[in-house]
Design a protein around this ligand. Structure first.
Ligand code: EPZ
Length: 418
């Protein structure tokens, strides 16, 4: 098992280019089931993307990756498509469930392994299935699989999600893409990744519009032309490196981004005393001496993202006074806290609120990663801690951060994989 070794307290300076968004690429890859010939650009070469590609190849799509150019080309001219997503491919990457909507839309049936839970929660898919049933699918759960069928195709419907779900919104949009008639989805997730999926689908001939938290879809014919799409940048990777720069940066420039979609995160870091300059396609972060405490709760977009909660908590350990962060999205997303406490952080959990007393001096330790974002919070803690930190189970990191060590080493961090 590989580990990451970090010698902390080194000031970072330099430039980091932000990669394409994993969470935009995954639903768009699922959407290529609806397409014929596609070229996707700015793809992040991270493990979850390769897992999704393996799943699409298993289904029968012809896929090639030009790694150096970060381009994926997909050909879906294969006749014998398997409308199956097997357990072995869904268990490691829950987003595999996103092939359910497009398989139903195009082939009128699908057998999808129920995605298991993971470290951060039970991760049910009831909202996905609720939407598909409303669109006319017959759904049965048996032997750990979802059996879905729509013999006469799907029919547009009015659907209100009881709670906001990124994946359920994406699956519903994918399924309604070519349903007969009009679909109105209410109380939708409107993350930038959902918007990028919709942009891709409209390029494919879709007629989809977002109005507030409503998404209107007029079922369309799937067009056969060759399409190209450039995936948006990864706002969670950007937020992660902004926090790294706030912790140990002297002067860090983050580029290849569109700052307008992370206004909320920028405001929160500014409130905490982080010195940053926002330009057209870059953000510059300068050495921030005094970090101020803050209280906030994770929320669906445009609120503060749950995927940055663990990372922000490390910054809170440097703040003067008591900060509080409430995790309102997932039921068990404080797995990083015991590990941060072993490094000297002063954090107490009361129900869904983490109370962080700062400033606390972090010291290097051997720690264990449990999920993607918890593992990167341990990297951030290692960068700021005295001495050496060793992080175990870094396969979690490799699922969602492209070239993490290389990007940090380019800014003079003392980090290496062993
Ligand atoms: C997406 O997961 C992201 N993953 C997650 O990022 C992110 O944390 C999450 O959205 C919230 O922003 C991808 O986009 C691939 P949800 P998703 O459905 O769609 C409950 C990362 O680190 N829920 O918005 O699975 C659910 O349990 C990952 O990159 C139901 O109850 O999240 C959770 O409490 C981690 N029933 C809440 O809704 C359902 O049918 C939000 O989940 C679906 C979800």
């Amino acid at each position: 098992m590989q580990k990451l070794l970090i010698n902390g307290k080194k000031e970072l300076s330099g430039k980091i280019s932000i990669s394409g968004s994993k969470n935009a690429t995954l639903p768009i890859l699922a959407a290529t089931i609806l397409s014929h010939q596609v070229e996707l650009k700015n793809i992040p070469l991270v493990r979850d993307i390769f897992t999704m590609i393996d799943l699409l190849k298993f289904i029968g799509l012809k896929i090639s990756i030009l790694k150096n150019k970060k381009i994926i080309t997909i050909n879906n001219t294969n006749k014998n498509i398997k409308t199956l997503a097997p357990y072995k491919l869904v268990k490691t990457m829950r987003a595999g469930v996103l092939v359910l909507g497009p398989l139903l839309a195009k082939y009128k049936k699908a057998k999808i392994s129920l995605p298991g839970g993971c470290a951060i929660g039970s991760r049910p898919v009831n909202l996905h299935l609720l939407a598909l049933k409303k669109l006319g699918a017959k759904i049965k759960i048996k032997n750990g699989y979802i059996f879905a069928e729509a013999k006469n195709g799907l029919k547009g419907a009015k659907i209100t999600f009881p709670s906001i779900s990124v994946g359920a919104t994406e699956n519903a949009v994918l399924a309604a893409f070519n349903a007969k008639g009009k679909t109105i989805l209410k109380n939708c997730a409107i993350e930038p990744e959902v918007k990028d999926l919709i942009k891709f689908l409209n390029t494919l001939g879709g007629r989809i519009k977002i109005v507030g938290r409503k998404i209107l879809i007029i079922g369309c014919k799937i067009n056969k032309k060759h399409i190209t799409h450039e995936v948006i940048f990864d706002r969670i990777e950007l937020g992660t490196y902004m926090i790294a720069a706030a912790l140990v940066g002297k002067k860090i420039i983050l580029d290849k981004i569109n700052p307008s979609i992370i206004r909320n995160e920028v405001d929160i870091l500014k409130k905490m005393g982080v010195r940053l300059k926002v330009k057209r396609s870059t953000i510059e972060i300068l050495k921030s001496n005094k970090i101020k405490k803050i209280n906030l709760s994770t929320k669906p977009y445009p609120g503060f993202p749950t995927d940055l909660q663990a990372q922000l908590m490390v910054l809170m350990t440097r703040a003067q006074g008591i900060s509080r962060i409430t995790e309102s999205i997932f039921e068990n997303r404080f797995m990083h806290v015991p590990e941060l406490k072993r490094m000297g952080a002063n954090i107490e959990i009361k129900n869904k609120i983490a109370i962080v007393k700062g400033p606390s001096k972090l010291t290097g330790a051997e720690v264990m990663a449990t999920d993607l974002r918890a593992s990167v919070s341990l990297v951030l803690a290692g960068l700021v801690a005295d001495n050496r930190t060793i992080i175990n189970r870094i396969y979690h990191l490799d699922r969602g951060y492209e070239f993490l060590e290389k990007k940090l080493k380019n800014c003079k961090a003392r980090i290496r994989r062993i």
